[in-house]
Design a binder for this molecule. Structure first.
Ligand SMILES: Cc1cc2nc3c(=O)[nH]c(=O)nc-3n(C[C@H](O)[C@H](O)[C@H](O)COP(=O)(O)OP(=O)(O)OC[C@H]3O[C@@H](n4cnc5c(N)ncnc54)[C@H](O)[C@@H]3O)c2cc1C
Length: 493
């Protein structure tokens, strides 16, 4: 094991793997320290939403995931009857991919190995000490201890993050006030439909096939059981009793693969950065898993952080770039907490007033604009960053009204020389570099500093199918995470 590294990642969950992949892709040395010796087989998350599929596509990885999951054109908000229509979204992935978390983690770990990430299972981090040049990380492993010296640390170690605690970052919000039950079970009598939801005066129920051809996932909020502490194990009999209460039948459930209880603790880290320590994923935000978002937002945190850390470590960007991680992602975490709290209200009030509110919101979601608004929120396609993370390269500017929005996988037409071939924007982003898109061969060629040149691919192409609101642009600068960075208009150098 190397005992000095550019970045040490604490936690080998989905977010830890994702950030490690981004760093290794950019050529910085990275180690992952995961306390478990083996991956967990049960899957908490079952969804990859459109923006997560987009960021995987930005790195040429989406096909690996699409091959292992099932695309579903709709998603739910607060288990309302009117579902969110993802098929109308402006993305190459207008669906949610039903895919177990265990598969997502396996695919990301596989990618990390391909990229040469230094992986340490059975490493439990217990100590972090920062100084002006780096961080000493220490912990325990079978038969002893380990130490590693890193320039930066990413705490991707989940809700009870030791990195967050040791960095002294407050985790602010509300404690668990109710618990829900989950069971991955086999039904003795097959229900009429493979997947459905029920909400009535007896509680909330969601049922979906697990995808292995045998088990169904049952998730319930039974008001008679929601006061039970999260730490108390769920029994099959308890689950069956609640299912009978809400649905009138337990479908002869048996052979549970996994029974679990989870709560609505809702907290956000006060800051995503403390000196040389960064937080991402559940270490930064936790909430009721409503709408299947935690893992997704965590992957997107990782994507935002990876290229920035790599840019600074490679001497291509000033240290101040790292502050933009908190500036950009903390508001996204706050918004995630708000939307899960709003869904919590919808799935936990079973009196006539609560049920009437559900009907009203469900009716509003039949309006296409309202539906799209919430669909974009759950899909995470509505995230735009208010200010550029770095001062614009010379001669470039931002467009007002469209700062930092994410770009869909636009079809480009080459305009250099005789080449007029069509290709996709995302196919140009696999290396994790900035992309400077020049509209015409004759477009002014911005004078790149050595650092920008080192970090930027330049392509001459137009976007034939759509104009967007960029005015008479001559160049677009796309950030490595696929958000629009800067736009140059005619007359710039
Ligand atoms: C019932 C349920 C259903 C869910 N469904 C969805 C869904 O459908 N979609 C969705 O997007 N999200 C969902 N989530 C949320 C999702 O599971 C989490 O958001 C996701 O796992 C967060 O990933 P992470 O990598 O940040 O943290 P984790 O997955 O918690 O990984 C953290 C890793 O750090 C390791 N670790 C912890 N402490 C240390 C230490 N001291 N040293 C070394 N390693 C350490 C842990 O062993 C773990 O492997 C669900 C959650 C629950 C409870």
């Amino acid at each position: 094991m190397r005992n000095t590294v550019d970045v040490a990642v604490v936690g080998g969950g989905p977010v830890g793997w994702m950030v490690a992949c981004e760093l290794a892709l950019a050529g910085v040395s990275v180690s992952v320290h995961e306390r478990r010796t083996e991956r967990v087989k049960q899957s908490r998350a079952m969804t990859l939403h459109p923006r997560s599929l987009e960021i995987l596509a930005l790195r040429g990885l989406a096909d690996r995931f699409l091959a292992r999951g099932l695309p579903l054109p709709t998603a739910h908000y607060g288990v309302l009857d009117t579902r969110l229509d993802f098929s109308a979204l402006d993305t190459a992935f207008p669906f949610t991919l039903f895919i177990p978390q265990a598969v997502t983690e396996a695919l990301l770990e596989e990618r990390a190995r391909e990229l040469g990430v230094d992986i340490h299972r059975g490493h439990q981090v217990t100590g972090l000490r920062q100084d002006p040049e780096g961080v000493d990380v220490e912990g325990t492993r079978e038969g002893g201890t380990f130490r590693v010296r890193a320039r930066y640390v990413v705490g991707a170690d989940g809700a009870r993050s030791i990195a967050r605690t040791l960095a002294g970052i407050p985790f602010q919000g509300t404690e668990t006030t109710m618990s829900l039950m989950l069971g991955d079970v086999v039904f003795g009598t097959l229900p009429d439909q493979p997947a459905w939801t029920t909400v009535n005066e007896h509680g909330t129920l969601m049922v979906a096939p697990l995808g292995d051809g045998r088990h169904h996932r049952v998730v319930m909020n039974d008001p008679l059981r929601s006061g039970v502490p999260v730490s108390e194990p769920v029994t099959l009999e308890e689950l069956a009793r609640s299912l009978r209460s809400i649905e009138g039948s337990d479908f002869g459930m048996h052979s549970p693969l996994w029974l679990s209880r989870f709560g609505n603790e809702t907290k956000l880290a006060a800051t995503y950065r403390s000196g040389r320590v960064f937080l991402a994923g559940d270490a930064a935000h936790i909430h009721l898993p409503a709408g299947g978002q935690g893992l997704n937002v965590g992957l997107q945190d990782a994507m935002n952080l990876g290229w920035k850390l790599a840019g600074v470590l490679r001497g291509l960007a000033p240290e101040a770039l790292l502050d933009s991680y908190h500036r950009e992602r903390h508001p996204v975490g706050a918004s995630l907490l708000r939307n899960t709290l709003s869904q919590t209200a919808l799935i936990s009030t079973f009196n006539p007033a609560g049920l009437a509110l559900r009907e009203t919101v469900s009716a509003l979601l039949t309006l296409p604009d309202a539906n799209r608004k919430l669909a974009e929120q759950i899909a995470a396609l509505d995230v735009a960053y208010a200010e550029p993370p770095l001062p614009a390269p010379p001669g470039l500017d931002t467009v007002s009204g469209l700062p930092g929005g994410r770009l869909p996988d636009l079809i480009l037409r080459g305009t250099e020389g005789a080449s007029h071939s069509l290709y996709s924007l995302y196919s140009l982003m696999h290396e994790g570099r900035w992309l400077l898109l020049r509209r015409e061969d004759s477009a002014p060629r911005p004078a790149l500093t050595a650092a920008w040149a080192e970090w930027t691919n330049v392509v001459t192409a137009d976007i034939p199918a759509r104009e967007k609101d960029w005015g008479a642009w001559t160049s677009l600068w796309v950030r490595p995470d696929g958000h629009l960075g800067y736009v140059a208009h005619g007359g710039t150098p």
